[in-house]
Design a protein around this ligand. Sequence first.
Ligand code: GLY
Length: 561
Amino acid sequence: MKLYIFLSFLIVAGCSQQTSRTNTVGILADSAMVVSAHPLASHVGATILRKGGNAVDAAIATQFALAVVYPSAGNIGGGGFMVLRQKDGTATTLDYREKAPAAASAIMYLDSAGEVLEDLSARGHLASGVPGTVAGLAEAHVKYGSLPWKDLVQPAIDIALKGFVLTEREAKSLNNLQEDLKEFNSIEPTFLIKEWKGGDSIFYTDLGHTLERIRDNGAAGFYEGKTADDLVAEMQRGNGLITHQDLKTYKATWREPLRFKYKEYNVISMGPPSSGGIALAQLLKSVEPYPIAKWGHNSAPTVHLMTEAERRAYADRSVYLGDPDFFDVPAEELLSPMYIAERMKNFNPERATPSHEIKEGSIADHESKQTTHLSVVDSKGNAVAVTTTLNDSYGSRVIVAGSGFFLNDEMDDFSVKPGVPNMYGAIGGEANKIEPGKRMLSSMTPTILEKNGKLFMVVGTPGGTTIITSVFQTILNVIEHKMTMQEAVAAKRIHSQWLPDSIFAETGALLADDSVSLSRLGHAIHLRTDGIGRVDAILVQPNGKLEGGADPRGDDTAEGF
Ligand code: GLY
């Protein structure tokens, strides 16, 4: 069961229809808004904003609610990144990415012959990194929260203990999980094992009590006491590595945002250990000189250019990006205009460059599915973009018995062996090798844009390596293709990433003629039937109103006032 997401793609001879423009404006709000993957979570966040909470308060409450109502990606057993832009324009980012346990090693997923042991980094107890979410939310609250912590956790507790009604999509998702729940849990989570239907009520009692301990004790309610004991006991039953010491020493880290300009827009995004900000900057700067507004959305020349930029950026990602606390990431060089111009110098508008001809760029003096996003703006103009993840849907599939939450399978985001692709087909080497206490490389790209020094857009998405290209396209859809926020989010997406050497296209993303033209240029095109990304975004309109973009690929919802 190798988990290549790309194997679910079908080759297409030609795509028939382009359905990008929907002529839809998203939900509008006068001053404050939350957009997230679930209506109940967006409602929790909007209620906090109505009570006078700020964007950080709302983001915290929304994340705790997502851990209950959207447990495939919303989490307390995973990690994430927060990008915050305050109303005065100052910005910061918070890194609460998971870390490799102290007992982890570069050979932990290899057999005695040095071959990768199938799925060990992606399923079961050994797949989990030390969770960072609760430490991150507590740290964000200490520094920027305005309402009491307990008020931000309580709505999630209420939902977990009083129960809530499953959407059709969530019921289907839980039904698809049944075999894995039985296979990967040391103690079967019987409360989840049944055939679910949309409209059923569901209760997360153990998780509700865990959230009560977090409400009463802050981060210690997770990293110490009963929750920590349950997590470590779970690890011991399943031969996992996380210890009390790993939990006790976990710290979230404030980091400088990754900033760059695209035309007249200032972009504020996440730097390493995410590859998202650097790759997004490389992509936007690579396409900036070209008239893509004139070429048109998803036209052959536009898609060809984007694909050529993407194969170069993802080749760099595989070599130069990793946890900056362990690896000297050459961010300045990768982002220098000269370097980016040099990388695009052999771009040929008449021909696709086969990926085997592309290597990482040379840097002078250098040795060397499931996630969820939420966007928040409060009535004062503070903005928060958060992307948080268990990695794959429901992470490792392991629920901590007695505490009722899923653990991540984030260890698969490390390069488990140089040159061997992970579940997203991403390849890595030295920069992203497993080391004790190191953060695995991410693609999460929570991003905020400014125009004329004012807040313009808050954007992000799940989707593994497709995160970066989905954010890239959403920004171009608004700035170049003049779409509304809702149209930009709903528009059909494409993706490419150097290796595999293909363009992946959602059904209907390419007109038949464009598809034929791209094939003639030498691109292999594969249809992706399961959708690319679930972008949730907010756009500030010229009149100051907020427009929500809630991705129709999921139950995503905008709520504001
Ligand atoms: N686990 C997905 C990411 O961090 O990129």
